[in-house]
Design a protein around this ligand. Structure first.
Ligand code: SF4
Length: 280
């Protein structure tokens, strides 16, 4: 059935819009089609994603219960994760008050848009001066250099702006976002090194500001945020009506890696069944 914004919509549109849905659509409508219309995801797990998820889970446990759960196992990745978490807890002696951890908010964010938006906030804290801050954990494989525009531009990126707006609408405005940067250690065990020696070296490596930094970004309200999102939603509606989701070849290689669906776009449609898996 054809529809227009504000009229009846296909069922997938009744899902709240998350930052990741919006950003996938912005990155490439074809990718959005694979992930959110056909609900497919790549089977393979990227090491950096695995490390990032493990760190997120451990920090959630730390700020919920006061301690990091032990990392068991003796693979090189287990050892590096253990070293990173130990380095993190040694570096920071936090004196803020945790307000919420992994908080999920589903809200209407704008007067002019009927859509609901889902935001998942890593950590909301109140500092000793009574100011509220959103803390977002970010893992990175490269050097941490907060003078880079990559981090400076976070002040006006879509995720920061949406999350700040979500807290504002919830009646708990925040002063800004603190990006809690954790570098993924990329060292590997040397040929003649024992696991114990490697563990010792990893623990010595994962220390200091080379591996852990916090980058506060004061909130600068973007008065075009509603329009930025409205444009993406209009693009979504146009694609839905036409049942056509354009490719964006500028995004086939992003974040230092090939798009998970590159081979599908290159003609191997069978990959949509295997090794892709159904997305929940
Ligand atoms: S390979 Fe390129 S065009 Fe195809 S879905 Fe990925 S980003 Fe889009």
């Amino acid at each position: 059935m054809r529809y227009r914004r504000g009229m009846s919509k296909p069922s997938f549109s009744s899902e709240p819009w998350s930052y990741s849905r919006l950003t996938t659509l912005r990155r490439c409508p074809k990718l959005f089609e694979y992930q959110y219309i056909h609900r497919r995801a790549a089977m393979q797990t990227d090491d950096s994603l695995t490390f990032g998820t493990a760190v997120h889970n451990a920090l959630n446990a730390l700020y919920t219960s006061g301690s990091v759960p032990p990392v068991v196992g003796d693979t090189q990745d287990d050892i590096l994760l253990r070293a990173a978490l130990s380095g993190y807890t040694q570096r920071y002696d936090d004196n803020f008050t945790v307000e919420t951890c992994e908080e999920k908010l589903t809200q209407k964010l704008f007067f002019g848009l009927p859509d609901r938006f889902l935001t998942i906030l890593d950590l909301v804290v109140v500092d000793e001066r009574g100011d509220r801050w959103l803390v977002e954990h970010k893992t990175t494989a490269g050097e941490i250099d907060t003078s880079q525009i990559r981090w400076q531009s976070k002040a006006f990126d879509l995720q920061t702006q949406m999350y700040m707006r979500a807290l504002q609408v919830a009646g708990r405005p925040a002063k800004g976002v603190v990006f809690n940067l954790i570098r993924r250690p990329m060292i590997r065990k040397k040929k003649h090194e024992t696991l114990e020696e490697f563990e010792h070296r990893a623990a010595l490596t994962c220390q200091g500001e080379e591996y852990f930094q916090r980058f506060p970004v004061k909130h600068i309200e973007d008065d075009t945020l509603e329009q930025r999102i409205a444009l993406l939603l209009a693009q979504h509606d146009a694609c839905s009506q036409l049942k056509r989701w354009p490719h964006n070849e500028a995004s086939c290689w992003a974040f230092g890696r090939e798009c998970d669906f590159a081979q599908v776009c290159l003609g191997n449609r069978a990959l949509l069944e295997h090794p892709m898996k159904e997305r929940r």
